[in-house]
Structure formats: C-alpha cells, structure tokens
Design a protein around this ligand. Structure first.
Ligand SMILES: [Zn+2]
Length: 536
C-alpha cells in the first residue's frame, strides 16, 4: 500500500478540523451562514500555515451540493472531488509558474461562463504576488466587475508585493503562525491515531523547529517516524534535527544551580564535539528561564505545557526570583551578541560564566542586605575574571576590595561598563561616543569628539552621572572634554565589529563550495549587498 504523507493525510477537510486561525474561520463561517459573501478573498501569512487549505475548505463550503454553508456535507460528489483536487469549478493556479500575462488572460477568458456544476466558479490563485504587472492589470479588470457566479481566493506569503488596486478589492485575512502548544497537541493526536510510540518532548523539539508551520511540522514528523523506526524519542529527534540533547540542558541547569563552572566547561566542550547549535541552546535556555520565572510567580498556571516544564520547575525552586531574572537578562544579551564573539562556543561559555559571576551570594552567607552590596562587588570581579582561566572564576568571587571607579574605566573596560549601567537613549548615545581620558577615586573625565558636541545635552549628562553614581554607590564627578583628536569610542568599536562580521560572512559566502559551483556551472553572481550575518 502506498504511503501517504502525513501533511496530506491529515489535511483538515472542514473548518472544525482546522488548528488555530480561529479569527479567520469565524469570519468565513459567519459570512457563509449569513450569505454575506464577498467576491474576492486574500489569505496572507508565512508558508505552511494553512492558506490554501482554508481556501479549499471555503471553496467546498461554497459548492457543497447540499447548499452553501459553513458546514459542507463532506459526502456529496462536489465535496469529495474538491478533497481529491479534481473538481471542475475549482480552478487552482500556482502563480509562481504562470506569471505571464497570456497565462492570466487565458485563465480569465473563461470567467464569464457559468460554473459547470457548482453554485460558484472558484479561482484559487496561490503565490499571487508572483504575477507580472500586466497580469495584475488583467486580473484587476475582472476584480472590478466580477460576474456573480465567480469567487476569487488569492493566497500569498508576500502581500506587500500586491498592487494597492488589487489589495483594495479583496477581503484580507492574515493567518498567524501556530503556537508551539497547538502544534504539539495536533502532533500528539496524530501519533495516537497512527499508533506510533513517542516521547512528548520529541514533539516539542519538532514544533520548535517547525516554527509555527503545521505543514513543516508534519513533514518533520514523517521524517521522524522513518528515522526513529516507529518510536519517536527525544534523543533521536535531537540527532535528526541537529539540536542540543536535553540531557545537556539538564546538566547545564544543574551546573548553574550548583555554581559549578567546571561542569559548564565540560558540557561546552562536549557540545562542541557534537557540532551543537549554540544559538538554539541559548534560545532553549531563555525559554526555560522564562518558564522558571512563571513557575515562581504563578506556580499552578495551567497554560504551561512546554517540554521543559520539569526542568523549569526545578530551576524555579532552587534559584531566587532575582537570580532567575538576572540569568534571563544575561542569556538574552548573550544571544543578542552571539555573533560578536570569536566563536559561538566562547559566547555560550561567557554567558553561563557571567551568570555565575554576577549571581548574588546566597542569602545564608550574607543576609538580605549584604547580598545587594555583594552583587556589585562581584560584578566588578566578574570583569576581572573574564581574562582569567574559566576555572578561576569561582575563586575570584571572594573578599573583593571596595568598588573603585578607576578599576573599571581603565584598561578599556568602558564599553562593558556602559552595558551594565542600564542607560538608554541620549545618555547611552553620549556614553558610547566618549572615550575615557582619566579616572580617579572621585570621578571620570571623558573625551568627546568636537563634532559630536551636540549629543552632550544636560539631560544626557545628568542621566549618565546618576547611573555611574548608582553603580559605584558613591558621588561621581563627571567631566566631558571636547577634543579634536581622533578618539576610539565604544560606538566606533561596535561599528568595527559589525564591519568585521560583515566582511567575514561575505568572505565565507565567496569561499563557499556550493556558491563556487553555482558560479562556474551557471554563471551565477552574488547580488551585492544581499549577504547579511545571521540575526540581522
Ligand atoms: Zn457536500
């Protein structure tokens, strides 16, 4: 017996079977039930989220032999033929392959004739944005004065490319990406119906990679069943998807709880051996910390269905709420800056070690008040520890001397300090455009290029000074001197880093074997300005 792909086998046949997209289903159902039908509908949204599926169901609702309604019978010949993709009055067109004006004219020539069998002649045009300008004009004429028996169902991933004249004649429905939990629930019910053994976390791994697309999720599920030989386990999914095995996440979470830097380094090396994707690992960690924060704030929240709930609960119980928030913030920054690091592995290591370094000392050791002060001391020491071997990190967190301004601003640590001040807007622009001329126990003298004088507005100065005072917990004199010298500022440093990243990725694309092969075989060229680092 031939195998039918799950995406095809489980394609919804009526509105009740559609997962998610409640807003669209409701609007279409009401329109059908109240017989208030428009002549052109546009379904927009990313790939694989059900645009053409909804359009086909709508076509069935219109042409069911029992009469147009939101609940087609599913058994009449019209319903069945639409399901089988061979109904004569449902004309499906893939605009990507029929972009020319002749194609559109040929298609629309027959619009005037009545439907052969059904109540309506339904034109379903997928990827409609691919039509040429002339084709749109041809289509527009029909949209302006459509015969009563014609309905247009247009679908596109890219509505911005449609002319306003076409957009304004359509009722538009924007389909949303499906939430992870909705995808998992559907996968679970399919696995039960197909009678295939599985581990629930494996379904979450698939849903995460599918990123809101049910079609992608079902294709991955097909692969998963073939790959796992009838028992879809979480570890098999990590192998198949190239994601990080859950046991490593458990080890890393435990290492954070135990403040075990050595274990973090061990895991990091092993993950590098497995060619793990450190970006997705940080994504997962951010997700777990989010869940941990919810578990602390709302322990019995019902909506928490994530795959790592147990891990998140454990983290939530063993860390304070402040620690969870701190770790979350550090993980977010680590993820944001992932590509500024020399390697993704070092990005992960620094992010996790920073969590340990900045974690306030435990309440038993210092008492509630002491921990706050200690936090700042540790913050400064954490800076120092960055240049030490990772194993030294924990030792460097003892008996630090009182905070001194000059410790931090000298030795090129001004950019890191800016990140920690929590300043934004004008104060952040000002700080980033300055370099440190000198610093003492009492204050800082900053240099600012003359041409940037305009950003040293009083409000920005005041906010920067206040932030420095709060950080060092003392009065801080802030002096800003204008200079005509060329100074190296954090802003310039950031620009340089971005330029280096850009030239690195351009070089990687240049040297890529596949790109080279396309060049030599097809005369392909890389479009200037089209190469961007991931995440931009
Ligand atoms: Zn029917």
């Amino acid at each position: 017996m031939s195998y039918q792909a799950l995406a095809r086998k489980w394609r919804p046949k009526n509105f009740a079977e559609v997962v998610g997209q409640v807003h669209v289903v409701k609007a279409l159902s009401n329109a059908l039930d109240q017989q208030r039908l428009h002549h052109a509908y546009l379904f927009t949204g990313t790939r694989g989220i059900g645009k053409t599926t909804l359009a086909r169901i709508f076509a069935k609702c219109l042409n069911c032999e029992k009469g147009a309604s939101a609940n087609p019978c599913g058994v009449c010949s019209a319903c069945q033929e639409i399901d089988e993709g061979r109904y004569i009055d449902l004309i499906e067109v893939d605009a990507a392959s029929r972009t020319k004006v002749e194609d559109t004219r040929e298609l629309l020539d027959n619009v005037q004739y009545s439907p052969t069998r059904g109540h309506f002649k339904v034109y379903l045009i997928d990827e409609v944005h691919m039509l040429s300008g002339h084709s749109f004009n041809a289509l527009l004429k029909t949209l302006e004065e459509p015969p009563l028996h014609v309905k247009f169902l247009l679908a596109t991933t890219d509505p911005q490319k449609l002319p306003m004249t076409v957009l304004s004649r359509c009722l538009q429905f924007n389909l949303k990406k499906l939430p992870e939990d909705a995808v998992v629930q559907q996968l679970e019910s399919i696995m039960l119906a197909e009678d295939v053994a599985f581990e629930r976390p494996a379904l979450y791994s698939i849903a995460r990679v599918a990123d809101g697309s049910m079609r992608d999720a079902l294709s991955l599920l097909d692969q998963a069943i073939a790959y796992s030989k009838e028992n879809v386990t979480d570890s098999a999914m990590h192998e198949m998807l190239g994601t990080v095995p859950r046991e490593y996440m458990q080890k890393l979470v435990q290492a954070l709880i135990d403040e075990n830097a050595a274990e973090i380094m061990r895991c990091s090396h092993e993950l590098a051996q497995l060619s793990a994707d450190f970006g997705s690992l940080l994504d997962d960690l951010i997700d777990i910390l989010h869940q941990a924060a919810i578990s602390q704030a709302v322990p019995d929240a019902e909506s928490r269905l994530g795959s790592d709930v147990e891990l998140a609960n454990k983290l939530g119980k063993q860390l304070s709420a402040e620690d969870v928030q701190l770790f979350y913030q550090i993980a977010l920054l680590g993820r944001r800056d992932l590509y500024l690091y020399t390697s993704q592995q070092s990005a992960l290591e620094m992010t996790l070690l920073r969590m340990l370094a900045f974690r306030p000392a435990s309440r038993e050791q210092t008492g509630q008040e002491g921990s706050v002060v200690r936090n700042k001391v540790i913050s400064r020491d954490a800076q120092d520890s960055r240049e030490s071997a990772p194993g030294d990190v924990q030792d460097s967190r003892e008996s630090a001397p009182a905070s001194k301004i000059d410790d931090l601003v000298k030795n090129g640590r001004w950019p890191e300090l800016i990140d920690q001040l929590g300043i934004q807007g004008s104060a952040h622009s000002l700080a980033s455009s300055c370099s440190v001329q000198s610093a003492s126990g009492e204050g800082v003298v900053l240099n600012l290029a003359e041409q940037h004088e305009g950003i040293a507005i009083p409000n920005a100065r005041r906010k920067l000074q206040e932030a420095l005072q709060a950080y060092f917990n003392q009065n801080v004199k802030l002096e800003i001197k204008l200079t005509n010298q060329d100074i190296d500022t954090p802003a310039k440093k950031k620009t340089r880093a971005m330029e280096e990243r850009q030239s690195l990725v351009e070089k990687q694309v240049e040297e890529d074997e596949v790109v080279k092969a396309f060049r030599s075989s097809f005369g392909a060229e890389v479009v200037a300005g089209s190469v961007k680092p991931i995440g931009e």
